[in-house]
Every structure is written in structure tokens, then in C-alpha cells.
Design a binder for this molecule. Structure first.
Ligand SMILES: Nc1ncnc2c1ncn2[C@@H]1O[C@H](COP(=O)(O)OP(=O)(O)O)[C@@H](O)[C@H]1O
Ligand SMILES: [Mg+2]
Length: 494
């Protein structure tokens, strides 16, 4: 259990309930870490997978499906599609909404049994149950995707046309045996999803980004832009975001880094979490927000509301894409501008990717310190370059030096995370932005992940090390009561 730094409340301004002396009780409900352990790359056995699927039964891998099983499933799929057609003809669809699951299941069972008899198909008990369940999924849910959506170990679902469905479990991609009957079947499921959220996807507007009822993020691209059949990506919503403790346990960073980050967040440094897609930016941002004091008013701005802050005083906002006529858009920038009038103590922007960068930096520079956001970049330097680019793209005429000055004074800290080849997610570096020298933004790295090698099975070995530099914010930390022990910056192996 990460023992929070016991702040000495010099100013005694706000007694911080989250910093219990002695760390005897945890401020966040301590969730049993075990429950999640099968979804973690740290716990999962990490095997180097072959580049190509190998159709040799002797070597099962996560890209291989037993041909026998495939044949069985393909037969069941055929049966289910014929039964589904029958169902649509016989079921009273308008009564569907009112029927309870129980009634519906009884109805579906009855129609399927009759159908099977008429088609002269004999199924064993297990297969028959499966067909009925699949039909239920087809009628009430998202068909073949339904079991994957319900599976808690699946993080992402990726569909490449009707015949190939991948999932991500514990940071690794796996091919599943799930298939759609054909492209039409897949299109029907896509249509069901997007029409439920009042959107449309077809040849004229071939892609759509939406949020499902359970909070999952959904993206689809249909032909002709998708060349070999529709492409679907679903990032599942995880109800329990990982806590600082869990992240330490999974090896995302170590205790010294957590202590440093606690001080950084509590003393209101402006922080950018940088990383690639799926590297854990949102997760990290969410965990860091756990260090914010309960007495502060936080507003969050996101394209898809994912953050789950533990604090009491939170105003959540979500942007809105334009409707089918191209009207009604509310951008992150609109939300941010409005947020400034809402008396926030902190502003958290889920991901900065466009116009809002200007207002974000301005807010950070003008009293809304302690703001946080994420950015899609591969290193601290790259994150700054991305910010410069975004400023340039807004069309605001700002000389590069002025952009840099703006960035250097707004951003205090860049936390770089990455998903490594073995599927594990690590904080690769914590870097402070210390100012400008000439035209160049000055930075100093405080902690980093040092790779030491690759273990058998492809697992990447390494350790977190302090870079030997004292934080440039040491004095600030001290003034706020975070007189961190000097040895967290030293070369000691922590
Ligand atoms: N350190 C970690 N260990 C294990 N799983 C993690 C870790 N960080 C994030 N995840 C998982 O990875 C997935 C993607 O994380 P997310 O924060 O949404 O990434 P991003 O915002 O960078 O796209 C989520 O399912 C999350 O639970
Ligand atoms: Mg994210």
C-alpha cells in the first residue's frame, strides 16, 4: 500500500483529509487488487507471439483458433442466422420493448425449437443453449459482440471486416473465434449502435465516433473507405479505474515517484500526461487526480466522459460532435471557455488535441494552476513539439519563441508513459519544465525507467531510477508542507 507523504500543514489553510498522518487508513477505498490481476500485463504470462498465425494445433497461440471449433461455430452461426430471420418474421417487434427478458427468452426459445424442427436440424443441449443465447444477443444486444462486451477481461474490441475480430486482454491482442455472418450482418450491428445514439453511418458519411450507453467508446468506418469490410473499434469503459496503489503494484511506477507526484499535484503544478494510444494516459490522469484535495472545485472537460474523480466537488462536461446536418457542435474549446466562468479551482482536460490548446495554456498561466491534461506524444520533448504544432494549427499568429514562452511558463511537469512491447504500461519519465534559455525550453528529468534487458518470453526488465537531480520545485513543495526526503532524488535504488 502506497503510504502517502504526511504533509506538514505549515499554512494550516485547509486540513487535508486525504493525508492521514501515519498512513494508517487509506483515503480511497482500498479495492482488492486481486480482482483485477488477470487483466494486468504484470500478472499475465507474457509470451512472445509469432508474427504470423500458425495453423499447427501443436502450437496454440493467441492468433490461432482450432479448426474443429471454428467449424462448429460456423455451423452454429448459419443456424442462428436462419433462426434470426424467422424470429424477425414471427416476433412482434413493437412488443419487444415491453417484454421482460424472461418473456423474451421464452418466446425466442419456442420459436427456435420450432425452427430447428422445421429445418430438420438436431443440436445437442449445449449447442442449443448457445444458439438461443446468441439469438437473444442478436435481438436485444449487439449480436456477436455481446459476449465480448460482457467479458470483463476484454479491454478493447477490434473488428476488421465480418470475419476477423480481435480483442485486447492484458495489453496483448488476441484473435477471437467470433465472426459475423457477412458484411451485412456486421453493418446491421453497427447501424444498431449508431442509431441508438442518434447518429448515422453510410457511404456518404462513412465513419462515426460515439459513446455507447455503458460509457464505452465506439468508432466505426464502413466501406468504401474501409477497404476490406467495416472496421470497428471499441474501447471498453472500465468502471473501476486503477488506483495509485494498483498502478504501483502493476509496476507502472514506484513509491518514490508516487510521493513526488503527490507533492506535484497537491502543490498545484500544471501537469501533462503524455503517451501513445492506450498507453494509460486517462488511467494515470485519473489516478493523479486522487491527490487533489476534497475541498477543491474541479471541472473536467472531455470528448468522451471517462474520468472518474473521487472528489466531492466535480463538474463534468463532455463535448458534442455536430449532428447529421453538421450543426450543434460543442467543442472542447467552447467548454473550456465556459469552464473559466464557472469558478473552478482546477481544470482537467481529458485530452488536448486541437484548438483548446490556446485556452488551456492561458488558463494554466492565469490563475488556474494545478490544471492537468493528456497529450498524444512519445517523449517530453515531443509533447512540447506537439503543443507548438497545435498552437500553430489554430491559426493564431504567434512567433515560435512566443509559443514556447507560453508553453514553458504554463507547463510545470510532463509525465511520459508508454505501453511497451510486452504489453506492460510504464511511466518512462517524469520531467520538469524549468524555463527558457534563448529559444529553447529547458527541462530536467527527475525519474526514469531504465531498461536492463529482456527476459525469456519477451518480458521487458528494468527499474525505476531517480536521475540524481533535485526537483526545481523543492522550495515550493517545502512551502506547501511537502518537505520530501532528499533520498527520493538520489541514486539510491528504490
Ligand atoms: N499501468 C497499467 N497496468 C495495467 N493496465 C493499465 C495500466 N494503465 C492503463 N491500463 C489499462 O489500459 C487500458 C487503456 O488505458 P487508458 O488510460 O484508457 O489509455 P489512453 O488514455 O492512453 O488511451 C485501460 O483498459 C486501462 O485499464
Ligand atoms: Mg484516453
Amino acid at each position: 500500500m502506497f503510504r502517502r507523504f504526511d504533509k506538514k500543514d505549515k499554512n494550516a489553510a485547509t486540513p487535508a483529509p486525504s493525508l492521514v498522518p501515519g498512513g494508517g487508513s487509506a483515503p480511497q477505498p482500498a479495492k482488492p487488487v486481486k480482482a483485477k490481476s488477470d487483466a494486468t500485463p504484470a500478472a499475465a504470462p507474457l509470451k512472445l507471439k509469432p508474427a504470423k498465425p500458425k495453423p499447427a494445433p501443436a502450437k496454440p497461440s493467441n492468433l490461432y483458433i482450432d479448426p474443429k471449433e471454428e467449424k462448429r461455430l460456423s455451423r452454429l452461426l448459419d443456424i442462428r442466422m436462419s433462426l434470426h430471420k424467422r424470429l424477425l418474421e414471427t416476433l412482434n417487434l413493437s412488443a419487444l420493448d415491453k417484454a421482460s427478458d424472461e418473456e423474451l427468452r421464452r418466446e425466442v426459445s419456442a420459436i427456435s425449437r420450432e425452427g430447428l424442427r422445421e429445418m430438420g436440424v438436431v443440436l445437442n443441449g449445449v449447442d442449443q443453449e448457445q444458439v438461443i443465447q446468441d439469438l437473444m444477443d442478436e435481438v436485444t444486444g449487439l449480436g456477436p459482440l455481446e459476449p465480448l462486451l460482457k467479458d470483463p477481461t476484454v479491454n478493447d474490441i477490434l473488428v476488421n471486416g465480418s470475419q476477423q475480430v480481435f480483442v485486447e486482454r492484458g495489453g496483448k491482442l488476441e484473435l477471437t473465434s467470433v465472426k459475423f455472418k457477412d458484411e451485412r450482418h456486421l453493418l446491421r450491428v453497427i447501424d444498431k449502435i449508431v442509431s441508438a445514439v442518434g447518429r448515422r453511418v453510410d457511404e456518404s458519411s462513412p465513419y462515426v465516433d460515439a459513446r455507447l450507453a455503458d460509457g464505452s467508446r465506439f468508432n466505426a468506418m464502413v466501406p468504401p473507405c474501409a477497404v476490406d469490410g467495416s472496421l470497428v473499434s471499441i474501447r471498453k469503459f472500465t468502471k473501476d479505474k486503477l488506483s495509485i496503489d494498483q498502478l504501483i503494484e502493476f509496476g507502472a511506477f514506484n513509491e518514490a515517484m508516487a510521493t513526488y507526484l503527490q507533492a506535484a499535484v497537491s502543490t498545484r503544478l500544471n501537469i501533462i500526461v503524455s503517451g501513445g494510444t492506450g498507453s494509460g494516459k486517462t488511467t494515470t490522469l485519473n489516478a493523479l487526480s486522487g491527490f487533489i484535495d476534497d475541498s477543491e472545485r474541479i471541472v473536467t472537460i472531455e470528448d468522451t466522459a471517462e474520468l472518474q474523480l473521487q472528489q466531492v466537488h466535480v463538474g463534468r462536461m463532455e463535448s458534442r460532435p455536430p449532428n447529421v446536418e453538421g450543426k450543434g457542435e460543442v467543442s472542447q474549446r467552447d467548454l473550456l471557455r465556459n469552464a473559466l466562468r464557472m469558478r473552478p479551482d482546477r481544470i482537467i482536460v481529458g485530452e488536448t488535441r486541437g484548438d483548446e490548446v490556446i485556452d488551456m495554456l492561458q488558463a494554466m498561466n492565469t490563475g488556474h494552476d494545478g490544471s492537468m491534461t493528456t497529450i498524444h506524444a512519445n517523449s517530453a520533448r515531443d509533447a512540447v513539439a506537439r503543443l507548438e504544432n497545435m498552437i500553430a494549427m489554430t491559426g493564431v499568429e504567434l512567433p515560435l519563441k512566443a509559443s514556447r514562452a507560453q508553453i514553458a511558463s504554463a507547463v510545470n511537469l510532463i509525465v511520459q508513459i508508454s505501453r511497451l512491447q510486452d504489453g506492460s504500461r510504464r511511466m518512462l519519465s517524469i520531467t520538469e519544465v524549468t524555463g527558457m534559455e534563448g529559444d529553447i525550453i529547458q527541462m530536467q528529468e527527475i525519474f526514469k525507467f531504465q531498461r536492463t534487458g529482456v527476459a525469456e518470453g519477451g518480458k521487458i526488465e528494468g527499474k525505476f531510477v531517480p536521475c540524481g537531480l533535485r526537483s526545481a520545485y523543492t522550495e515550493r513543495f517545502r512551502q506547501w508542507g511537502y518537505d520530501l526526503p532528499a533520498d527520493i532524488y538520489a541514486g539510491a535504488d528504490l
